[in-house]
Write a protein that binds this ligand. Structure first.
Ligand code: ZN
Length: 298
């Protein structure tokens, strides 16, 4: 019998929900705007209550910061988010109590990485990164087959990048760091920097060479620290697929031949890639989280 799982990709603008066994067996999908915790969670819970099949477990991949320490009293919470109204929201607990199913919880980017590892662009590998460049920038993944957690969880969007104020006087918009990666390259940063919706910037606009430059600087840092076998770049900004060749070329230029591997040279097009699950990477990743949790406790 096919076992079905719930997946929730909890984002700052919307909650994507799915009932599926795997990418080939999707029963239902829905999305709800992220308004207040009470309103959004009530919609999500009502939708899962009406599920046409019993669910073995629900996985949640959430925006953050989140508490991933099972021993902590605030495990499963969104914690210090700047998103108004969402500080210290008990996301996993609310879903578990209302629906009475086991709930697996992780960051949105770790979920997406797991989904890509299970069904997508990272199959067969054990050390991979998933970076999202959209409303915010975040990164997750696995090293040696384990999802990255650590002290809290990585915050790959907030690394500092060298910025030449002559070439780029924009100070960035991160409220904590100014010109960190997210402060320079998120969708909202592009909007402030260029004074228009980034979706309307033409392909030959100077925005994109700069975007590729900073993204490549970030990737080179991740490559040097974690030695990932593949890097998946998702998120709304990366829907501009023309960025991929620019980023790959710049990564090669920055590494300057120092790290020798065919995937960084003649095959870099298979090293820095879009998500194979497309826009469903996060929500199917949440299904993968649920499935793994169910299998581990069975
Ligand atoms: Zn920052």
């Amino acid at each position: 019998m096919t076992g079905y799982y719930g997946g929730i990709e909890a984002g700052g603008t919307k909650f994507n929900c799915i009932i599926a066994a795997d990418p080939a067996n999707i029963l239902a999908e829905a999305r709800f705007p992220t308004t207040t915790p009470d309103e959004t969670l009530a919609q999500v819970i009502a939708w899962f209550r009406a599920a046409p099949v019993p669910l073995r477990a629900i996985g949640i991949g959430s925006f953050g910061p989140v508490d991933l320490n099972p021993a902590s009293p605030t495990y499963g919470y969104i914690t210090t988010t700047p998103k108004p109204g969402w500080q210290y929201t008990d996301l996993a607990g609310a879903v578990r109590r209302a629906l009475n199913v086991p709930v697996a919880f992780d960051t949105d980017v770790n979920a997406a990485a797991l989904g890509e590892w299970r069904w997508g662009a990272a199959q067969g590998l054990d050390t991979v990164l998933y970076i999202t460049v959209g409303t915010g920038i975040g990164g997750g993944g696995m090293v040696g087959g384990r999802l990255l957690h650590g002290l809290l969880h990585p915050e790959m969007g907030h690394i500092r990048l060298p910025r030449d104020p002559q070439r780029d006087p924009f100070p960035g918009i991160c409220p904590y760091h100014g010109d960190c990666f997210e402060g320079l390259c998120s969708g909202p940063a592009l909007r402030v920097r260029w004074g228009q919706d980034p979706a309307t910037l033409p392909q030959d606009h100077a925005a994109w060479a700069l975007q590729a430059h900073y993204t490549a600087l970030a990737l080179v840092n991740y490559i040097c620290v974690l030695s990932p076998q593949r890097i998946i770049l998702g998120g709304g900004v990366m829907n501009n697929l023309f960025l991929f060749p620019l980023i790959r070329r710049e990564v090669q230029a920055l590494l300057n031949g120092y790290i020798v591997h065919p995937d960084l040279h003649e095959h870099i097009e298979r090293y820095i890639v879009p998500p194979a699950l497309g826009a469903r990477a996060g929500v199917l990743g949440a299904v993968a989280l649920a499935q793994r949790f169910f299998d581990a406790s069975a």
